[in-house]
Ligand binder design. Structure first.
Ligand SMILES: *[C@@H]1O[C@H](CO)[C@@H](O)[C@H](O)[C@H]1NC(C)=O
Ligand SMILES: *[C@@H]1O[C@H](CO)[C@@H](O)[C@H](O)[C@H]1NC(C)=O
Ligand SMILES: *[C@@H]1O[C@H](CO)[C@@H](O)[C@H](O)[C@H]1NC(C)=O
Length: 550
């Protein structure tokens, strides 16, 4: 494995191309009293950790000041707009970033503010985006707030009701002959009679992390079941090569677009197959599906260091372009244990940064020029996500240096008075009037975690959804109990007892029992046998009340 050498050469190249002024000034302000590179690196890391925290405050503060309660911030015109569903998207997407940067007071304040949202609105939303951003954001904040030693006794569990309310509004999308969900739904009126029957692969196969968690917390299996059914519906329609197209018909189950990619339209389907297996007890079915899907990508899409788009039926290449969304792939490879290839592929992608300050939406991998008119950089997280993941896996300090450089470019080219601006054209570093919610939810979170080695979120206790919302992993037979001491401070059952909390009587919310797992975490571990037994009982009871579903 030789990627470090190329990376360091690359860093020299990019420093002289783009970042010299900023970096030189910055380095000269760093403490000089320590000798030895590793100590310098520790100080530099701390310096960037604080800078990232400050950037989060700047972005969030600008959103709250100029855009809230709209979905997203228009960072040049200093105003807001509803983009996804009129449901304070950026606020909800940012909740757990406040916890990740360790500001638990802010975290609780933001939770309080987000409880003002209502989903009973005549708006048509993307089922996929609403799941990964809103359900993912609320669910992750709920579990963190209910278990973290600094918040559990101050948090009123009010987010869970919002999660269930919203998930119930998405459920009708899954009522199709195939089990594949419609792409969009009206939160108040359900599926429109003229709704398109085409859905993208990722849009149908990215529910299992969130929906399984909702089933665990509510004791109602329906959420987990629809997510599993949709995933299997895709899996069963893979080509003989084991590949997937980009869009499929939810009524007929026929592929409408047969282009196979690891980027836009398919990406998080692969991600959730692996992460669902990692996150939940003994989900071997997901593991088998992942292994088969991953094998097919390696066999039919990998060309040298790149994974190119091919036709799903015969593996014929479509074009040699790199989607910026595909930059998450080295991180996924690392998670799958394929570390050496992951480093090589990340190295290849990172070389684009010697030609351009950011990854364009699409890059021609022969010329490293943006492909066609896909020259935007909307503040996306996927590259820093992979860098974070690989730095965690290898401890490679060159990756850290690359992270410093990328952060400097964000500050230099995108920071404006009212937040951070997307880039319309990477060649000209031309700014656009938008700060996507994923900038605070994902991009800054991954930078922060790269720079904060002590964060409890950097442990194996968490798996991140595709919008970077951290979910606690559940114990399995192969994962030792000690890993479930998720937080640094001991957090014990006796703390709950002293508050008069009786774990044998889960609190009821809207008639739904939801606290079993949270109680499990209060023990410092969610005992698998308890959990399974209680859950099976609930499943049985639920099935007997709903015989048609069993
Ligand atoms: C958006 O939400 C606000 C506050 O909840 C509400 O007053 C407004 O009518 C909503 N807009 C739409 C289009 O539903
Ligand atoms: C909550 O919503 C109500 C009604 O839309 C609004 O009047 C109020 O200002 C909101 N509260 C906060 C803290 O945003
Ligand atoms: C819902 O919103 C759509 C689009 O804004 C509008 O055409 C329709 O009349 C609304 N429906 C109801 C029942 O208000």
């Amino acid at each position: 494995m030789k990627p470090a050498v190329t990376l360091s050469r690359l860093i020299v190249a990019v420093l002289s191309l783009w970042g010299l002024g900023v970096s030189a000034g910055l380095f000269s302000r760093l403490p000089k009293s320590h000798s030895g590179t590793s100590m310098d690196l520790v100080h530099k890391r701390e310096h960037y950790r604080l800078k990232t925290k400050e950037a989060f405050y700047h972005g969030l503060g600008s959103y709250l000041k100029h855009a809230y309660p709209k979905d997203e911030l228009k960072s040049l015109s200093c105003s807001g707009e509803d983009t996804l569903g009129n449901f304070t998207l950026t606020l909800i997407d940012s909740l757990d970033t406040a916890a990740v940067i360790g500001d638990m007071d802010l975290f609780l304040d933001l939770i309080h503010l987000s409880q003002n949202v209502t989903f009973d609105q005549n708006v048509t939303v993307s089922v996929f985006e609403t799941n990964i951003r809103i359900i993912g954001g609320l669910l992750s904040a709920h579990v963190i707030a209910a278990t973290h030693p600094d918040t559990w006794d101050k948090y009123n569990h009010g987010l869970l009701g919002l999660v269930v309310d919203l998930a119930d509004r998405l459920l009708p999308a899954f009522k199709t002959p195939t089990g594949l969900p419609y792409g969009s739904i009206n939160l108040k009126y359900g599926i429109h009679p003229e709704e398109s029957t085409l859905v993208c692969t990722a849009c149908a196969g990215t529910f299992s992390l969130e929906f399984t968690w909702i089933s665990i917390l509510t004791g109602l299996p329906v959420y987990e079941e629809v997510a599993r059914k949709a995933t299997k519906a895709l899996y069963d329609r893979r080509s003989t090569l084991g590949l997937y197209g980009n869009h499929i018909d939810v009524i007929t189950g026929a592929w409408a677009y047969k282009e196979c990619s690891i980027g836009g339209g398919v990406d998080s389907y692969y991600e959730y197959l692996l992460k669902t297996w990692i996150a939940f007890a003994d989900e071997n079915e997901y593991h088998e599906m992942f292994v088969e899907a991953y094998r097919a990508v390696k066999m039919h899409m990998k060309r040298g260091l790149w994974n190119i788009d091919v036709m799903m039926d015969n593996g014929v290449p479509i074009h040699e372009r790199f989607h910026s969304l595909g930059a998450f792939w080295p991180g996924l490879k690392a998670l799958a244990g394929d570390l050496s290839e992951a480093m090589d592929e990340l190295d290849a992608i990172s070389q684009i940064l010697a030609y351009s300050p950011f990854l364009a939406e699409m890059t021609n991998i022969q010329t490293f020029e943006p492909a066609g008119d896909r020259h935007q950089y909307p503040l996306r997280p996927e590259l820093i996500e992979s860098i974070w993941m690989l730095h965690r896996a290898t401890g490679d300090s060159e990756l850290l240096e690359l992270g410093f450089e990328m952060f400097d470019r964000i500050e230099k080219f995108t920071r404006v008075e009212c937040g951070f601006a997307n880039i319309e054209n990477v060649n000209e570093a031309a700014q656009g009037d938008k700060m996507e919610s994923f900038f605070l939810a994902e991009t800054l979170k991954y930078f922060y975690l790269l720079f904060d080695h002590e964060s409890p979120f950097n442990s194996e206790n968490f798996v991140f959804n595709t919008e970077a919302h951290p979910f606690l992993t559940l114990p399995t037979s192969y994962r030792p109990r000690s890993l479930f001491q998720a937080w640094a401070d001991p957090f014990t059952y006796s703390a709950w007892e002293s508050k008069g909390y009786d774990p044998t009587k889960p609190t009821a919310y809207r008639g739904i029992q939801h606290d079993h797992v949270v109680v499990g975490f209060a023990h410092g571990v969610c005992l698998k046998s308890d959990w399974t037994e209680a859950r099976e009982k609930k499943v049985k009871a639920w099935r007997s009340r709903n015989p048609s579903r069993s």
